[in-house]
Design a protein around this ligand. Structure first.
Ligand code: NAP
Length: 320
């Protein structure tokens, strides 16, 4: 889904390396804009197929897959990227919102996967990359439906992988980004389907889109089963959820309480703001030569695997 954010940047970076692309989303005009930009990277008109696709219209997914196969003859990589997040408390949210989130983020994704996988099984080859989230690993306030949909994707693709052991050349790759600069907040689900968010807040603390996409491509090229792509403190919190959940629950309860209070009083606050401040000050100390603290943090919260696959990079807390 390439009409904005991570998907748009994926289209640019893939076109730069000469990949043939089928780009899809609901807004065809936005896709044409992205295609125009991709064409500057030495691709020909026929190398990029613009395909209008609504993930929630599952009856259209077989025809969409066939259009791509008719145009290119094969599909090497499917990137499941389309999705929307949520900003609302469960108690205030209409169940229709939960249904819509699951229909889009989960059912739409697995429906498209089903059609493309049939083709990959015939070829005994392919990669299915799904942009999940760190919210597929942890829980967070104001995003219970979104977290549920990403946990569902994680469970689904981890299980699907175990059903494909006869096809060692078909890879299932789950990408779990932390906060990344994109239009995701403008497009969030709220308490009811008709309401949109009033203030999307500051994005500057989030990982730049191009960095997230670069690490996604490194993870894809290396067939990583799961890649956590995030700055601290979100990455550190992922490690807590994975290895010390009791501490993670304690922390989330404390920070979640403050976040809910801010949300209720209309204040747009950064999630885990006190931790963000802590890591930023450690980062400043590091850049002033105090490597001890940085080493301590790196030792306890090692960087995500994709970073380790890029040995030429200067170690930096910011570079996780
Ligand atoms: N940004 C983050 O902080 C972050 C963190 C973790 C995970 N993610 C995940 O990354 C993925 C991309 O999000 P983003 O951050 O790039 O947000 P974004 O800028 O809002 O992009 C969302 C994309 O999904 C498409 N989409 C939405 N509804 C669709 C539908 N019904 N059918 C087809 N396409 C649809 C949109 O295209 P149209 O509106 O044109 O259809 C758009 O291209 C999502 O799965 C999100 O959960 C994002």
């Amino acid at each position: 889904m390439s009409s904005s954010g991570i998907g748009e940047e994926l289209a640019y970076q893939l076109s730069k390396i000469g990949a043939l692309l089928a780009i899809s989303a609901r807004r065809e005009d936005e896709l044409e804009r992205v295609k125009k930009k991709c064409l500057r990277n030495n691709l020909g008109e026929k190398d990029i197929l613009v395909l209008r696709l609504d993930l929630t219209d599952r009856s259209s997914h077989e025809a969409a897959t066939n259009s791509v196969l008719k145009h290119f003859g094969k599909i090497d990589v499917l990137v499941n990227n389309g999705g929307r997040s949520q900003r609302s408390l469960f108690v205030d949210t209409n169940l229709d919102v939960y249904s819509a989130i699951m229909e889009l983020n989960y059912l739409g994704t697995i429906s498209l996967t089903k059609h493309v996988l049939n083709h990959m099984i015939q070829r005994k080859k392919g990669k299915i990359v799904t942009v999940s989230s760190v919210m597929g690993i942890m829980g967070a306030p104001l995003a219970s439906g979104y977290c549920a949909s990403k946990h569902a994707l994680q469970g689904f693709f981890n299980s699907l992988r175990t059903e494909l052991t006869d096809y060692p050349e078909i890879s299932i790759i789950n990408i779990c980004p932390g906060p990344v600069q994109s239009k995701i907040i403008q497009n969030v689900f709220t308490e009811n389907l008709a309401k949109s968010i009033e203030n999307s807040g500051d994005q500057s603390h989030k990982m730049p889109t191009d960095r997230c996409v670069r690490l996604t491509l490194v993870s894809t090229a290396n067939d990583l089963k799961e890649a956590w792509i995030s700055d601290h403190p979100y990455l550190a919190v992922c490690y807590l959820w994975q290895y010390a959940p009791t501490w993670a629950w304690w922390l989330m309860n404390r920070m979640g309480k403050r976040r809910i209070q801010n949300f209720k009083s209309g204040v747009v606050s950064l999630f885990l703001a006190p931790l963000l401040a802590f890591f930023n000050s450690a980062d400043r100390l590091f850049s002033h030569g105090n490597a001890g603290i940085a080493f301590w943090i790196r030792f306890f919260f090692p960087s995500s695997l994709p970073q380790q696959l890029l040995p030429g990079q200067t170690p930096s807390l910011r570079a996780f």
